[in-house]
Design a protein around this ligand. Structure first.
Ligand code: SAH
Ligand code: SF4
Ligand code: F3S
Length: 485
C-alpha cells in the first residue's frame, strides 16, 4: 500500500524524475497535475470542473469511478453537466454498433462547446478506443479531442493527463493487451453504501458475435488477497453490498499462480464482518459449477439473484455462437439451480437475429424463455462487430424479420416477468434503500435480495440502510410497499 500522506507532503517539492514502480509513479503524476490545476484555479478564482460520461457495462462504470478518484485527487470538482464542465471524459462501449454511434453524436456537440471555453479538455477512453479504425477516425475528424487511451492503461490516467498538460498536444496511448494489474489507486464511489469490485479483467471465451475479448484483452484474475483487502476497506468505509465484476466470474482464479475457484473466493468474502450482501456478474453457463450452486444455497449473504445469459435457445445457433453449452444442458443447469435455491431470481441476455437464425431457432429461444420463466431479460438485436467471426458469416438475417422476432420476444419476456414478479406480492422482505424516488420524494427506492425494486414511504436519512418492507402491490417489474417495524 502506498504511503499517500507522504506523497501529499511532498506535493510542493516533487523530484524531477518520476518513480518507476506503480502505483507510486501515478501518485507522482497526480501531484504534478495537482500543481498545474492549483495554479489555474488560483488564476481563474474558480475551480476546474469535470464530468465523466459512462457508456456500457458495470465494468466501465467501475473504471469511471477510478477516473473520478484520480480527478478529485488532482483537484477537479464535479460539474453539474457536461456542457458546463472544463474536462469531459467519455468512457466508451463498443459492444453494439448503436453504442458507438451515440459517442460520435455527442462528441460533435462537445466540439462546438469547446470552441467557447479555452480551458476545456476532452478525453476519450474505454472499449471503443481499442479499435484502431476508431482512433484513426478520431485523429482525422475529431482533432479537438485532447486525450485518448484504452482499457489496459486506465491506471495511467494521471500520467497521460500530465503529458497532455505539459505538451499541449493531443495525447494517444493505446495498448494491445496487458498482463498487468495495478492495485491501490484512488477510487471515488458513486454510492457510499455499495460498490462494484473487479475480481477479473478481460475474457477468453470468444463468443463469435462478441467484441469484448478483443477490446478487453485476455482473462486475468486479481489476487484473492487484494480482493479481500479491498472489500475490507470498503466495509470499513460504510459499504454493505458488493458486486463482484468479471465477464465470466465462474472461471475466476484459473490463471492464478495458486488457483482457487470462484466458489472458494465467495466463501472467503462471506467471512468479512460487516458485509451484508454479495452480488456478482456475469455468470457464463458453461462454467457454473455445482460447488457454486451449493455455496450460494448455504450462504446468508449472497443475493438470491443470478444473471445467466442464454443468448439463444437453439443448440444449433449456440454452437455457431461458440457458447459451448446446449439448450438441454442450459435447462438442466437451471433446473439444478432452482432445486437448490427455490427463491432464486433468474435474469438473462438474449440476442435475436444472429446469422442463420431461422424461425425454428427463434421458437427454441421462446421455448427456453417459457420454461425458465426469467424475472427479467435484456433483449438485443444482433449487431455486426467487425473483426468477430460472426461478422463474416453468411445468411445475415433481414432487418424486418429481426425486428418482428424482437417484438415477439419482448412481449413474451415482459408478460412472464410481470407474472413472476407478482408472485412475491404480499410478502415481507429486506430492502436496502438506495435513493429517494425519482418522481416522488416522499418515497424511497430499495433493492431486494432478488434485485427487484420496491418504492415505499421514507426519507433521505434511510439511504444505505436495511428495512423490512411489505410488498403491497406489484406494478410489472417493481413494487409499492410499506415499512414494517
Ligand atoms: N460477459 C457477459 C456479457 C457481456 S456483453 C456474458 O458472456 O454473458 C453483454 C451482452 O451484450 C451479452 O450477454 C450479449 O447478449 C450482448 N451482446 C454482445 N455482443 C453482441 C452483439 N454483437 N450484438 C448484440 N448483442 C450483443
Ligand atoms: Fe463476450 Fe462471450 Fe466473453 Fe461474454 S463470455 S464477454 S459474450 S466473449
Ligand atoms: Fe461495452 Fe466494454 Fe462493457 S464493450 S459492455 S463497456 S466491456
Amino acid at each position: 500500500m502506498i504511503d499517500k500522506e507522504k506523497w501529499d507532503k511532498t506535493f510542493n517539492e516533487l523530484p524531477d524524475e518520476a518513480p518507476v514502480t506503480e502505483p507510486e509513479r501515478q501518485y507522482y503524476f497526480i501531484n504534478k497535475c495537482r500543481q498545474i490545476v492549483k495554479k489555474i484555479n488560483e488564476e481563474r478564482g474558480l475551480p476546474l470542473s469535470y464530468k465523466t460520461v459512462t457508456f456500457g457495462c458495470q465494468m466501465n462504470a467501475r473504471d469511471s469511478e477510478k477516473l473520478v478518484g484520480i480527478l478529485e485527487q488532482i483537484g477537479y470538482v464535479e460539474a453539474a453537466d457536461e456542457e458546463k464542465a472544463d474536462f469531459v471524459i467519455y468512457n466508451t462501449c463498443t459492444v453494439r454498433e448503436n453504442a458507438n454511434q451515440r459517442v460520435y453524436g455527442r462528441l460533435g456537440q462537445l466540439g462546438r462547446i469547446k470552441k467557447q471555453n479555452p480551458h476545456m479538455r476532452i478525453a476519450l477512453c474505454g472499449c471503443m478506443m481499442q479499435e484502431p479504425e476508431v482512433v484513426e477516425k478520431l485523429k482525422k475528424s475529431y482533432r479537438f479531442v485532447d486525450l485518448i487511451f484504452g482499457t489496459h492503461n486506465i491506471y495511467k490516467f494521471a500520467e497521460l493527463l500530465a503529458t497532455r498538460m505539459e505538451s499541449g498536444r493531443m495525447v494517444i496511448d493505446i495498448w494491445k493487451d496487458t498482463d498487468k494489474i495495478v492495485e491501490d489507486l484512488p477510487v471515488e464511489r458513486k454510492y457510499s453504501f455499495k460498490s462494484g469490485v473487479n475480481i477479473m479483467f478481460g475474457c477468453n471465451n470468444f463468443c463469435s458475435y462478441c467484441i469484448v475479448p478483443y477490446v478487453r484483452g485476455r482473462e486475468r484474475s486479481r489476487d484473492p488477497k487484494a480482493i479481500i483487502r479491498e472489500i475490507e476497506r470498503l466495509v470499513a468505509d460504510g459499504v454493505v453490498e458488493v458486486m463482484l465484476l468479471g465477464q465470466n466470474v465462474n472461471s475466476y482464479g484459473k490463471t492464478l499462480e495458486h488457483p482457487i475457484t470462484f466458489a472458494q473466493l465467495l466463501k472467503e468474502i462471506e467471512k468479512i464482518d460487516g458485509l451484508e450482501r454479495i452480488r456478482f456478474m456475469t455468470s457464463h453457463p458453461k462454467d457454473l459449477s455445482d460447488e457454486l450452486i451449493q455455496v450460494m444455497a448455504e450462504s446468508k449473504k449472497i443475493c438470491r439473484h443470478l444473471h445467466l445469459p442464454v443468448q439463444s435457445g437453439s443448440t444449433r445457433i449456440l454452437e455457431k455462437m461458440n457458447r459451448r453449452y446446449t439448450k438441454e444442458s442450459y435447462l438442466d443447469l437451471v433446473g439444478r439451480i432452482k432445486k437448490a435455491i427455490p427463491d432464486i431470481s433468474l435474469t438473462t441476455d438474449i440476442i435475436v437475429g444472429f446469422p442463420g437464425e431461422t424461425e425454428e431457432d427463434f421458437q427454441e429461444t421462446l421455448d427456453v424463455v417459457r420454461k425458465v420463466r426469467y424475472d427479467s431479460a435484456f433483449t438485443f438485436i444482433y449487431s455486426k462487430r467487425t473483426g468477430t467471426p460472426a461478422a463474416v458469416m453468411e445468411e445475415q438475417v433481414p432487418e424486418v424479420v429481426v425486428k418482428d422476432r424482437f417484438n415477439r420476444l419482448l412481449k413474451e419476456v415482459q408478460d412472464i416477468s410481470a407474472e413472476t414478479c407478482a408472485v412475491h406480492e404480499g410478502t415481507v422482505q429486506t430492502a436496502l434503500v438506495e435513493s429517494l424516488n425519482d418522481h416522488d420524494s416522499s418515497l424511497v427506492t430499495g433493492r431486494l435480495s432478488n434485485n427487484l425494486l420496491v418504492h415505499f414511504p421514507g426519507d433521505a436519512s434511510m439511504i444505505g440502510k436495511f428495512y423490512q418492507v411489505r410488498l403491497n402491490e406489484c406494478r410489472g417489474f417493481y413494487y409499492i410497499g410499506e415499512q414494517i417495524n
